[in-house]
Design a protein around this ligand. Structure first.
Ligand code: ADP
Ligand code: MG
Length: 443
């Protein structure tokens, strides 16, 4: 290891460093706060190297020979949006094996998630274990996610979580057939941590790896529930960063019917909550407060409700909440539950009406709700009632799997592999895609 560190200008090893340096791979982004991870196959230990300077992605193999740097991009300060390393000696075009046991790693934003999903044949893959660490407490002091802190915390959490998940499932690392990770969209530095660790594990274990689209993870997360949906369906994807209505005919077959032209529904919850002094993330806090309020107390706009299409806009709502809060002045404190309930009612009504319109437009009789806002109780109640009247089946992820988690990443990987839409690869190169529209998933 020391030799590789010397060659690349990095200094120091951390944790239970293994000095044999038989085999390792990793990524480090100084400005984004990632680190170089090396996984030693011989001693089953992982090291994190830290240092300063440019960004580098390495594949190093040294059993007597000097470690080699295959690719290095020293332009870190210009924030390159993708990083690749393609060592020809590891290229292997052979198709990946049947999914089997998939280890999934999620690190796109402020949650580190690791999970094991087992997929045999064409049945719905089964969740064996998952573990999650939320960084919410750490970011709360800043009122939002601090990317640098997020990346560093992922580094600290990802391997202990993997160990925890393997123990909970009664599995050993050697049993893992595929390592999956979130490739994007998300925070670049945070994505690099999960990608680097996943590729290091895959390379060290000799198992193929697969990068997964975070939103596809959300979209397929209801398949982890006790009542999984069947294709085709209309999907309402409502996360912190996205609000989309989609027609989903099969894994990878996604047609966007409408989406937000500005803020996402989750953002509307979060920003309105912030204006009311409810902290971060605001969605759950606002919806809790709303339970004690009158949803008709304030007349707030329902943006694009009658636009005739399936697009959304929530930026105006946030401004209306701000105006209302200012008008209330000192009375705001006592009227907060009413303002929260009115805000929630406006967001939920738009989501509900547009979802029902999408079902009518497509003629489909199944609705799948996914993403963090899908945990909102009022939204679930209103959708359940409307779908019952319209004789439409509605599916949600389990409540604890609505927000980011590793289970949905392992699940999406397993389903993509099962469907033949993707093959896990063995070249252990990776690129992260901080901005990655879902309709460009195969691009
Ligand atoms: P992302 O993938 O963009 O990080 P997630 O799918 O993890 O988003 O969802 C996070 C979003 O969900 C946040 O905007 C949060 O406020 C919102 N959220 C979570 N629970 C609730 C709830 N009960 N009611 C409303 N919004 C919620
Ligand atoms: Mg998410």
């Amino acid at each position: 290891m020391a030799r590789m560190a010397g060659r690349t200008g990095l200094a120091g090893t951390g944790g239970d460093a293994c000095r044999c340096a038989r085999f390792g791979l990793g990524a480090r982004g100084g400005r984004w706060g990632s680190a170089l991870h090396c996984f030693c196959a011989m001693h089953q230990s992982v090291m994190a190297l830290r240092g300063w300077g440019g960004l580098g992605v390495w594949v190093a193999r040294s059993s007597g020979e000097a470690a080699r740097t295959y690719t290095s991009a020293p332009m870190m300060n210009r924030l390159p949006m993708s990083v690749t390393a393609s060592p020809a000696s590891f290229a292997d075009d052979a198709p990946g094996p049947a999914p089997g046991l998939v280890l999934g790693i999620e690190s796109s934003c402020d949650e580190t998630g690791v999970a094991l999903v087992h997929a045999s044949g064409q049945g719905v893959p089964r969740l064996e274990a998952h573990a999650l660490h939320s960084q919410i407490e750490m970011h709360q002091a800043y009122g939002g996610v601090v990317p640098e802190l997020a990346s560093r915390d992922h580094i600290r959490r990802v391997l202990p979580l993997a160990t925890q998940v393997l123990a909970a499932a009664g599995r050993s690392l050697a049993e893992v057939d595929v390592v999956a990770y979130t490739r994007g969209p998300g925070l670049a530095g945070a994505l690099l941590v999960g990608s680097g660790v996943a590729c290091a594990l895959g390379a060290a274990l000799g198992r193929p790896v697969l990068g997964v689209h975070h939103l596809e993870g959300h979209l397929l997360s209801p398949f982890l529930s006790a009542d999984p949906p069947e294709f085709p369906f209309v999907a309402l994807l409502v996360s912190g960063g996205h609000t989309q209505l989609m027609r989903v005919d099969a894994v990878g077959d996604y047609q966007i019917l409408g989406e937000t032209i500005d803020d996402a529904a989750g953002e509307a919850f979060d920003k309105s909550a912030k204006l009311m002094g409810l902290g971060y993330p605001g969605g759950p806090a606002l919806s809790r407060l709303a339970e004690a309020g009158d949803p008709a107390a304030f007349k707030l706009p329902r943006p694009l409700l009658h636009s005739g299409d399936l697009d959304f806009s929530f930026a105006g709502l946030k401004t209306a909440v701000l105006t209302q809060a200012r008008k209330l002045g000192d009375a705001l404190e006592s009227r907060k539950p009413d303002l929260a309930a009115s805000t929630q009612a406006a967001i939920v009504e738009v989501l509900l009406k547009k979802s029902m319109a999408a079902l009518r437009q497509t003629g489909l009789r199944r609705l799948v709700v996914a993403g963090g806002v899908g945990a909102n109780r009022e939204l679930r109640q209103r959708l359940n009632a409307a779908c019952q009247t319209a004789r439409v089946r509605v599916h949600y992820p389990e409540l604890h799997l609505c927000t980011d988690n590793g289970a949905m990443i392992a699940m999406a990987a397993a389903m993509r592999l099962q469907s033949g839409r993707a093959q896990a690869g063995r070249d252990y190169s990776f690129d992260v895609r901080p901005r990655w529209p879902l309709d460009a998933i195969d691009a």
